[in-house]
Design a protein around this ligand. Sequence first.
Ligand code: AHM
Ligand code: MG
Length: 347
Amino acid sequence: MTSEHTSGLFHENHLVTLQQHIMEQQAYHPTATGEFSWLLSGITQASKIIAAKVRRAGLQDIIGSLGKENIQGEDVQKLDVFANDCLIQSLAYRGNVGILASEENDEPVVIHDSGPQGRYAVLFDPLDGSSNIDVNVSIGTIFSVLERPSGGFSRNDPLADLLQPGVRQRAAGYVIYGPSTLFVYTTGQGVHFFTLDPGTGAYILYRERVTIPESGDIYSVNESNFTEFPRAVQEYLRHIKTSEEPSYNSRYVGSFVADFHRTLLKGGIFLYPQTRKAPGGKLRLLYECNPMAFLVEQAGGMATDGRQRILEIQPKTLHERTPLFIGSPTQVKEAMAFVEKDSGEGA
Ligand code: AHM
Ligand code: MG
């Protein structure tokens, strides 16, 4: 760890666990009571169980293919369902989470509808990158934490408490289950990376206050949709391919967590625009785009739907989708310049 990647206050030459780090972050919030770190530790707890399960996924396939039961005699569960249950179980007993919302559940899960026990809402995509689960490619968990505007007092309308613009997020982050398990989070005081030490089961600080490069030469998009993109996006992509300075490279994993993580580290742009099939875009606003938009802005980058800052979009429904352009300021501004002069015509 170099001083470039640490605050220099506490962490030079020290091993810092995620738990310690979250406690230190609370120093920036003088009114914090510690309950917020208790909530986040619910997410880390779930992520460790999911990481262990993901590691055994290939083995489980072999066992699963022999019948419907695994070696312990339990039903073999799909990994995304497992991850969802795991997060719900880990967060439901924290005592300060009122509502949970997941990509896997049509409706919000209400834990405590009133009182201080219901103060926070957590929204998540339990296992993002579903098309990569079976092929041993990195997948992840994405989360967003909101404080309920009702202060935990029941309005008998849990959905209304979830439909807040991303600027109101109290914390956001993701976990990548890749060659190593990485936990990335922000509470509005920069973006911090932790690596899971499989030996001790602790998340150890790896990089602190990460910033995205101002400009990068990687673009990331599912180009098989090219003919379905709006004309302005097609023009932008033609411009990218013929650009000499920088001369761009293409990378696309198909797991948003992995594509975003690379973009954060190396710079450039990730885009998932609207298509004829998905006129509202594909990625979900509340638990995919908002958390990544919060992180990218904390790292000095940008996230827009082509016209508007993602974090300022007022959500109307729990599972709504949005077009997304996210990454280094130089590339996102350039993409917006193309999209803004769009006549509105499709391809
Ligand atoms: P999922 O939540 O069902 O996994 O869908 C979201 C995923 C993202 O991880 C990824 O960026 C995108 O879908 C890939 O979509 P496509 O296969 O259309 O390129
Ligand atoms: Mg997803």
